[in-house]
Ligand binder design. Sequence first.
Ligand SMILES: [Zn+2]
Length: 77
Amino acid sequence: MVPDEKKGLGRDGTPHLPLTPVELPIDPWLLEGTPAPHCKVCTALAREREEALAYGDRSKAYEVSREIRNHRHVSTP
Ligand SMILES: [Zn+2]
């Protein structure tokens, strides 16, 4: 009886790739969001976005931009 020689190939042989955070380039559209000229909320948000950008707070700027994009611009009576 000849035992099959197990060479151990492919036995947990996958290398573990280090999880390095990838610096994504800035997507311009993330900062898109045109505030409606007569919308006070948008005006405030746009100002907030500019401040966030001035502080280098990109995630905040993205967040605010998204709010602007999602805003319905309901005109106040
Ligand atoms: Zn608005």
